[in-house]
Design a protein around this ligand. Structure first.
Ligand code: AMP
Length: 504
């Protein structure tokens, strides 16, 4: 048996002297280097005692060394577990206790705070890696041989564990197999016509499926290269567009670029493709982008549990406000959430998907897994429809999720923290249209009379308790929350009432 994912990557590898990645400071890494560096990380992990199936967790800043660590983990037969850099130590405590990784890698600046947590959770090895790619993990890899005999892994063996936010406050680990990742990347590289000549501008975080699997795995399977940026920077992206061919972004990238006077047809001339996903792209953004650059943004739809499900066509019309067609090999249907029956085209219901991209279930949560599958179909939680031309449209999120700057925020978790603050009776967290972030996390709070609770006090109390992206951008006060006859808070009314809060 071979190592399913890495053997596929190797089989697609171009000449080893071809460029794999370039950093903003001009450092260049060819495919031969990718193979050698990932081998060194695999050797280091094996030496640290990592066994096939063990989890290797990283909460580190974006760096190419972290990418090599990902590939080394896969080659060593272990399970890669990236964690959002915004998570606080108390959130990390939960992930370490749930996933029980053999190795945990953190930023050196966080080591003192996280070491006692890792120890208490029985993590075997704590190592470090910083934004410049230096640290004890790097040193361990540097000392290793540059060849490695990949650990055999089949299509159904786990390659990664990616946590989603939980609606009930607990995050769930989505178990992704070698074939989930391999099949999806293969389809995307072909569907979006990637070739070895493509140069991708990589400005996404790599703790999420978009930047990690969609961007990097598609690049690897096409033998393309990427310009690897530490983060999104509109000035830099505009400069790079002159010698790149593809940009993958969240809608916020596009709205920020549209605000830049440098975005002209000339600036975008060398580019072949602009892709957007992870949150809804406003039809207005699509139209403005086309007017400014003569390019139609290609919008696609996916999620942590499934990788990519649908995409607008490469050739053919890319329709604003739609996410296109199911990808080859992916089946998608819309069902009535009440009775589970499939609906006709044009009717809004729950989106369900099936295919080799769909995950193996939630880590150690068999009941939750069973609850999210319906006759072998994965229930996405997204409400949508298939129009008469077969394009899928997402119309809303069944689970009240707020998506801010491409990140998911589940209101329940924030409400629980706010309700614990002295002087708060109750709260409702909603997403309110925000030109920059898509949605701004907004807290509606009912405070005890006479306590004089202020917005600054609520925000101050949340600091350090929640990752920054989850913290409300604004806190507003009401005497009562609107409720329906069943006692449920009517968040739709709140969204309507506060829709202009961010100038919308
Ligand atoms: P995540 O698991 O973080 O990738 O988030 C997945 C969720 O993001 C999906 O279930 C959708 O609600 C949303 N999403 C992703 N892509 C799109 C899109 N193009 N349009 C609308 N919502 C999207």
């Amino acid at each position: 048996m071979t190592n399913h994912l890495f053997s596929l990557i190797r089989s697609r590898q171009p000449d080893p002297s071809r460029l794999f990645a370039e950093l903003p400071d001009g450092r260049r890494y060819d495919y031969g280097e990718m193979e050698r560096r990932s081998a060194q990380y695999a050797n280091a992990l094996v030496q640290l005692g990592v066994m096939p199936g063990d989890r290797v967790a990283l909460q580190v800043e974006k760096s190419l060394e972290a990418v090599f660590a990902y590939l080394g983990t896969v080659r060593a037969g272990a399970v890669f577990l990236p964690l959002n850099t915004a998570y606080t130590p108390s959130e990390i405590d939960y992930f370490l206790s749930d996933a029980e990784p053999a190795v945990f890698v953190c930023d050196p600046a966080q080591e003192a705070a996280l070491a006692p947590i890792a120890k208490a959770r029985g993590v075997g090895q704590l190592l470090t890696l910083d934004a410049a790619g230096a640290g004890t993990l790097r040193a361990a890899a540097d000392a290793q041989r540059t060849s490695f005999e990949d650990v055999a892994r089949g299509p159904d063996d786990l390659a990664a564990l990616l946590y989603t936010s939980g609606t009930t406050g607990r995050s769930k680990g989505a178990m992704l197999s070698h074939d989930n990742l391999a099949s999806n990347a293969q389809v995307l590289a072909e569907y979006w016509r990637f070739t070895p000549d493509d140069v991708l501008i990589h400005a996404l975080p790599i703790f999420h499926t978009h930047g990690l699997f969609v961007a990097i795995n598609a690049t690897l399977l096409a033998g393309s290269s990427m310009i690897f940026l530490p983060k999104f920077d509109a000035d830099l992206v505009l400069t790079l567009m002159g010698r790149a061919s593809v940009l993958m972004g969240v809608p916020t990238f596009y709205t920020r670029l549209l605000k830049h006077p440098g975005l002209t047809p000339e600036a975008a001339k060398a580019m072949r493709l602009f892709i957007s996903g992870s949150a809804p792209l406003l039809a207005e953004t699509h139209r403005e982008w086309r007017a400014r650059t003569a390019h139609a943004i290609l919008e696609r739809y996916g999620m942590t549990e499934t990788g990519m499900n649908t995409s607008n066509p490469y050739e053919g019309e890319r329709i604003a406000g739609t996410v296109g067609f199911p990808l080859p090999g992916v089946e998608l249907r819309v069902v009535d959430p009440e009775n589970g029956r499939e609906l006709i085209h044009g009717a809004i219901g729950m989106i369900e998907v099936k295919g080799p991209n769909v995950f193996k279930g939630y880590w150690r949560m068999p009941e939750k897994t069973a609850a999210e599958f319906h006759d072998g179909w994965f229930v996405t939680g997204d409400l949508g429809l298939i129009d008469t031309r077969g394009y899928v449209q997402i119309v809303g999120r069944g689970k009240d999720l707020v998506i801010t700057g491409g990140f998911n925020v589940y209101p329940k978790e924030i409400e629980t923290e706010i309700d614990a603050i002295d002087g708060v009776i109750e709260s409702a967290v909603i997403g309110v249209p925000h030109a920059d972030f898509g949605e701004g996390v907004t807290a509606v709070v009912v405070a005890r009379q006479g306590m004089g609770l202020t917005e600054a006090q609520v925000l101050g109390a949340l600091e350090g308790r929640l990752a920054r992206f989850k913290c409300p951008k604004r806190v507003v006060f009401l005497d009562d929350l609107p409720r329906n006859t069943m006692g449920k808070v009517q968040k739709n009314l709140l969204r309507e009432q506060f829709k202009g809060l961010y100038g919308g």
